[in-house]
Write a new protein. Structure first.
Length: 276
């Protein structure tokens, strides 16, 4: 089994996540490294995990790949390159052939421009990823999800995955502003979906697995198990619950599945998407 989405960070490094230092995020305002994660993976029966970027800085790529070399259970690293830069391809080529470099992500959700991901210079950078068949993680809020259809249409050979189901407003039990766009995105076979990051979109102190059920069921209906993958979003998930609670909640919500469906969601889809 594979966790397709977790992060590490050290708070004394120059590429720290600034929002981790804010008072409302105090519960996770500390260093998180592989030694912190491994016991949670063992408890949940997860054999391998994929690191996903936190910083717009190629230095993090080198740091995370170093951790992956030291820990054979880190199956892959999703890093970052400057998609808007003329140096995008040069940056990508530094990492592309590393056996554990498996993809790129940009924190689109934090960009002030809601249309950032479809700017001409960003599309040019995404075409560089498409040229080299390097997968891309789409970190969206609901308002960005409308762009997935265009990306799927204009970049048909670029594997893309929607992180955290595009963060639907689970706390508000809102689905109508999210579901039509998710279904439209799913019409493109090169777009996948991570069943991750949900409990931090729910009521942190009072969420229940049943709160997640409509969103998981909708994603599975739209994408099917062969284009859905499990991710913990650890340690960010600890704002609202433990790693084990995240894994247990998804297992409960999914209910009885065939062996093939279980294998796809908890391992096969991630291996195929990231090429690991």
């Amino acid at each position: 089994m594979i966790d397709a989405h977790q992060h590490f960070w050290q708070l004394d490094k120059p590429f720290d996540y600034e929002w981790l230092k804010a008072p409302q995020h105090a519960p996770i305002n500390r260093t998180y490294l592989p030694t912190d994660l491994r016991p949670h993976l063992d408890a949940a029966g997860i054999a391998e995990s994929i690191f996903v970027q936190t910083q717009h800085n190629v230095a993090e790529n080198r740091w995370a790949l170093g951790l992956a070399e030291e820990n054979d259970w880190i199956a892959g690293v999703v890093g970052w390159v400057d998609l808007a830069s003329e140096a995008c391809e040069e940056q990508l080529l530094e990492f592309k052939d590393h056996p554990k470099f498996v993809g790129i992500r940009h924190i689109t959700q934090d960009e002030p421009d809601e249309d950032f991901i479809i700017r001409p210079e960003i599309l040019r950078g995404l075409k560089v990823l498409e040229k080299h068949r390097v997968p891309f993680d789409l970190l969206f809020y609901v308002q960005h999800l409308k762009h997935a259809e265009r990306l799927g249409r204009e970049l048909p050979e670029l594997p893309m995955v929607i992180d955290h189901l595009a963060k639907p407003k689970i706390k508000d039990q809102s689905i109508d502003d999210w579901l039509p766009q998710l279904k439209t995105a799913a019409q493109h076979e090169n777009i996948f979906c991570k069943l991750s990051g949900m409990i931090t979109e729910a009521d942190w102190g009072n969420w229940k697995p049943t709160d997640l059920k409509p969103y998981v069921e909708a994603a599975l209906e739209a994408f099917g198990p062969d284009r859905c993958m499990y991710g913990s979003d650890w340690p960010v998930c600890e704002l609202a619950g433990s790693y084990e609670q995240v894994h247990g909640a998804l297992t409960e919500v999914l209910g009885p599945l065939s062996d093939d469906e279980t294998h796809a969601i908890f391992e096969g889809t991630a291996r195929r998407f990231y090429g690991i």
